[in-house]
Design a protein around this ligand. Structure first.
Ligand code: ADP
Ligand code: MG
Length: 702
């Protein structure tokens, strides 16, 4: 029998968490640090020195030799540069040192990270600054190296954000401030901060490493650029929640162990819909920690998979024809004294508060649907959104029948019939109980109310969850700001609250949709309602470049105009580069792998036809096949030339937006068209001749 894991001792054993801090820090230092963490008060260098020293001793006891400022540049990945603790002594030896200054600030030579022109304008260097709201932790690798990781923000000399964390922290501050204003206006005196909370469900694929190593498309682009469908796909629906195979289960066990050590609360795991697809969900935490932990989870999945001779694919659409991977971002707002603001309450007062926050959210999402859509834009998601298995590119909100019924009645000033009660006045009467059962909830909605939180399902599996949280927090801050201002000015709070709820239910009801988001009818209906349907990432990103966006993000100090513009450029450039890599890999595979194979096959067939003819045997079948294959090869060859041509042309376009559009409108279709011929050829060529592993092998041989 396997040794039992002592999870309670294992969990967080590699985290410099509250418990460890309390144990290891002098009382005063602990108190000062807590104040910084909880209230954002500045930390003196003296206290930082004490904390750094305690952190170093703890890390060294656990085997660490190095520390790193761990940050999240605009690549959707994390970055780290390791420094050892050694410091030379007079007598030629070393001591282990780590100062408060080293803890608080770093200066990585970071000129190669994307900055969208921000850094070159000011200063070449980037700075990392300790984010003490996310605890330091130890990372262990297979060879036993242990590194102390300090979560940091990354910015330029003049404090422009160059990372994903800085705006996230700013947006959390913004939404907290406005939410507290609303709570105060409603008479709350006990809450002082409001936290955005996030629980991201992470989908991923696992395939055998021996197949991965033979597929240059998976290696360089993260997805298959070619591949005929396997005889079986996901039609039997036998994978979803199916029994987990031993090999996968062994991987998941190691993954959980590693994540738990680092304090990542991996909670659920299961098989997903597509063959070879899986999901992991942690217990939710503050948006900032959730983002850090999701990065750690993605990184750890990839690392642990390799230890099992597997490769973890985080791409949004690694395989055509089966489901892609997303990330369900569960999001809510909680007060520091434990109130979930999106939880319907039991008392009339709690319900008034709930309805106001729900109204603010509806207002926010309807006004800025484009911003939410933009936050889910990345090259991989273009292949997933609207593909009949993921949310469409149209943003709408699922509220459930009961809540919708209540909101609609309120919008008309009608009485709401609850269970044996009439619900009339907001803030005076109780809401009829909402069904707690989540099982009937709408799985097709991109933004669904699930009882006490919203689930934003558009986010791509490889993306950082920071962007979506930043946009959600900021648009919510704006809506709450408006609500708070109205409440603060009014003499009758209940009346004003009721008026706001009524107004929102009237003005923004078009954003509510409880039906099937995958249907054609919805696309037509959404158009009638005037809801944006932004199919491509290139178009989705454009809203970041508008005066409205500058105003919104500027007002809440989340992004300056320059920061916003730099992000627009960086994301667009990433799209262009990504498509170029895919095009180059497609060209490579066609020229170096598929064409030679197919030419070989045609030669074999031609030889067979010749030989059969020479002995006067019938050669019809061989001849017919040769004809088919040759025609397809000729067609593929023309398509290859087109792809080469349009790729080169696109790369030569000076204007970045136009280049992005050319990639989307010319290069992607040219790749798809070439793929169609190659995939058809795959179905005609002997299996043992085909130069790369097939869909059937990758998806089913585990
Ligand atoms: P399902 O697959 O049914 O959507 P899961 O249990 O897989 O549900 O995931 C739900 C996620 O939502 C979990 O990560 C959970 O911790 C998170 N969650 C629960 N409550 C909140 C909340 N108040 N704020 C943010 N996330 C939450
Ligand atoms: Mg979910």
């Amino acid at each position: 029998m396997a040794d039992a894991i002592d999870i309670t001792n294992l969990f967080g054993s590699n985290v410099f968490n509250d418990r460890t801090m309390r144990e290891r820090l002098p009382k005063d230092a602990y108190k000062a640090l807590k104040k910084t963490i909880e209230q954002g008060l500045p930390l003196s260098i003296e206290v930082a020195d004490v904390v750094a020293n305690a952190m170093k001793d703890w890390a060294i006891e656990k085997g660490a030799t190095h520390y790193t400022h761990w940050f999240q540049p605009l690549t959707s990945r994390t970055a780290e540069k390791h420094d050892s603790f050694i410091s030379p002594t007079q007598d030629g030896g070393v001591i282990m040192e780590f100062s408060g200054r080293q803890l608080i600030q770093g200066e990585p030579d970071a000129s190669s990270f994307p900055s969208g022109g921000l850094r070159s304008t000011f200063e070449a260097r980037g700075y990392t600054a300790w984010d003490c709201t996310s605890p330091a932790f130890l990372k262990e690798d297979a060879s036993g190296n242990v590194t102390l990781c300090i979560p940091t923000a990354f910015c330029s000399y003049t404090s422009e954000a160059l990372d994903k964390k800085t705006p996230l922290l700013r947006s959390m501050e913004a939404v907290s401030k406005q939410a507290i204003r609303v709570l105060r206006a409603l008479g709350n005196k006990t809450s002082f901060r409001v936290m955005a909370t996030v629980g991201p469900e992470q989908e991923y694929f696992l395939i055998d490493k021996k197949y991965y190593d033979q597929r240059i498309d998976l290696i360089v682009a993260g997805r298959t650029l070619f591949g005929a469908p396997a005889p079986k796909g996901q039609e039997l629906e036998d994978q979803y929640f199916g029994a987990i195979k031993d090999r996968i289960s062994a991987f998941m066990k190691d993954l959980d162990t590693e994540l738990w050590k680092m304090g990542v609360s991996s909670k659920t795991k299961h098989n997903e819909v597509a063959p070879a697809q899986y999901e992991m969900a942690p217990i939710f935490s503050t948006a900032n920690i959730a983002a850090d932990h999701n990065q750690l989870a993605m990184e750890t999945m990839q690392k642990i998979a390799l230890r099992h001779d597997l490769v973890c694919l985080l791409h949004e659409k690694p395989f055509a024809g089966v489901n892609g991977s997303g990330k369900h971002n569960n999001w809510s707002l909680s007060t520091d004294d434990g109130l979930n603001l999106l939880e319907p309450g039991k008392t009339p007062h709690e319900n008034e508060q709930f309805l106001l926050f729900i109204s603010a959210l509806l207002m926010a999402v309807d006004r800025h649907a484009d911003m939410l859509r933009a936050s889910a834009a990345n090259p991989g998601n273009d292949l997933r959104l609207g593909a009949n298995e993921a949310p469409p590119a149209i943003i709408s909100v699922f509220m459930g029948d009961e809540l919708t019924r209540i909101l609609m009645a309120l919008s008309k000033g009608q009485k709401v019939k609850g269970r044996g009660q009439d619900f009339v006045n907001v803030g005076v009467d109780s809401l009829p109980p909402l069904p707690k059962d989540n099982t009937d909830r709408n799985r097709t909605s991109p933004f669904a109310f699930t009882g006490n939180k919203f689930e934003f399902r558009m986010v791509g599996s490889s993306a950082s969850i920071s962007g979506p949280s930043v946009n959600l927090n900021t648009i919510m801050a704006e809506a709450l700001d408006e609500v708070a201002t109205r409440l603060e000015k009014s003499k009758d709070i209940h009346k004003e609250a009721a008026a706001i709820i009524k107004e929102v239910a009237n003005k923004h009801q078009r954003i509510i949709f409880n039906g099937n988001n995958y249907s054609e009818e919805w696309v037509a209906e959404a158009k009638k309602r005037g809801l944006p349907n932004i199919r491509s990432g290139v178009d989705a990103l454009k809203c970041m470049n508008t005066p409205e966006a500058v105003k919104l993000f500027g007002k809440y100090h989340v992004f300056s105009k320059e920061e916003l513009h730099s992000r627009y450029e960086i994301y667009l450039e990433q799209y262009v580069k990504h498509i170029n890599i895919e095009a180059q890999a497609s060209i490579y595979m066609a020229k170096r792998l598929y064409f030679p194979t197919v030419i070989c096959f045609t030669e074999k067939l031609a030889g067979a036809v010749e030989r059969l003819k020479s002995v006067s045997a019938p050669a019809g079948v061989q001849k017919e096949l040769l004809g088919k294959v040759s025609l397809l090869l000729e067609s593929a060859s023309k398509k290859l030339s087109t792809l080469e041509e349009v790729t080169q042309k696109a790369q030569g376009i000076a204007d970045l937006t136009v280049r992005g559009e050319a990639c989307r409108d010319k290069v992607v279709p040219a790749m798809n068209s070439l793929r169609a011929d190659i995939d058809a050829l795959e179905t005609l060529t002997p299996a043992e001749m085909w130069p790369v592993p097939t869909y059937a092998e990758m998806l089913f041989k585990l």
